[in-house]
Design a protein around this ligand. Structure first.
Ligand SMILES: CC(C)(COP(=O)(O)OP(=O)(O)OC[C@H]1O[C@@H](n2cnc3c(N)ncnc32)[C@H](O)[C@@H]1OP(=O)(O)O)[C@@H](O)C(=O)NCCC(=O)NCCS
Length: 220
């Protein structure tokens, strides 16, 4: 029976990280903090608001591969991730992207990327995404990272293939680009397994000389 339930809300102490992690695992999103609003045992604590949107596209839209779910990051996921970075790491992030994240309201695969969640264990094993919206000339760049303890299982290859399929599924993208350090390494191998071609070396202000890889959309 449809009862029209669209939203479930809850409050939890912000210091209760295991509870917050548990609710997030079940698709609740962190919507905000009420600062120092609970007084327990002689000290104040922040209270976090969380909500689950029933049948929200954010909940249901994910890409599935053999072993992984690519679950779109919410803006809150990304903001929490940025808060954990040190000043030097934050300084290396593109200012335009940071400004976008500050005001973003919903999941946006092009700008905010995906968490890589193992389909059978529900463990987050890495992240992947596009570096920006496709450019006017139909080019978009991908990147990915797998937690060290989960490397060597083909997950980056699955994630990169899924990004390629996602990007080429519409009309916006005609070519996908990626960069690796100028050496034969795991990332270079992932790209060549996914049909990318090494086209040369370019200068990156952050990483120095890097290899540029490209894959074009096949003509229908
Ligand atoms: C690069 C990275 C994403 C690879 O993740 P992964 O899940 O281990 O990758 P896969 O298992 O799908 O594939 C790795 C491939 O590289 C090969 N490989 C591993 N180390 C290698 C090396 N030093 N040189 C050459 N090939 C290597 C593996 O044998 C495997 O190839 P195979 O399937 O033919 O055996 C992971 O190492 C990582 O997160 N590194 C740090 C971040 C990074 O470099 N990101 C890429 C930015 S675009």
């Amino acid at each position: 029976m449809a009862i029209g339930l669209t939203r479930i809300e809850l409050e939890v102490l912000a210091s209760n990280e295991p509870a917050i992690a548990f609710y997030k695992k079940h698709d609740f999103e962190l919507e905000g903090l009420k600062r120092e609003s609970r007084y327990i045992d002689g000290k104040y604590d922040d209270v976090a608001f969380m909500a689950l949107l029933i049948d929200s596209p954010m909940r249901t839209m994910h890409i599935q591969t053999k072993n992984l779910k690519l679950v779109p990051h919410t803006p809150e996921d990304v903001r929490i991730h940025i808060e954990r970075l040190n000043a030097e790491q934050i300084a290396n992030l593109p200012p335009d992207w940071l400004a976008h994240v500050r005001v973003a309201k919903g999941a946006d695969p092009w700008m905010l990327g995906f968490a890589l969640v193992h389909r059978f264990t529900d463990v987050v094993i890495g992240m992947c995404g596009f570096n920006a919206l496709p450019e006017a000339d139909g080019i978009v760049e991908i990147s990915y990272g797998i937690e060290p303890e989960h490397q060597g299982n083909g997950y980056a290859t699955e994630a990169a293939e899924a990004l390629v399929a996602y990007a080429f599924s519409g009309d916006q993208v005609r070519m996908i680009r990626a960069h690796t350090f100028s050496e034969t390494n795991a990332s270079a191998r992932v790209l060549s397994k996914c049909g990318f071609r090494l086209v040369g070396e370019v200068w990156d202000p952050k990483d120095g000389m890097v290899w540029r890889w490209e894959r074009y959309k096949e003509k229908a």
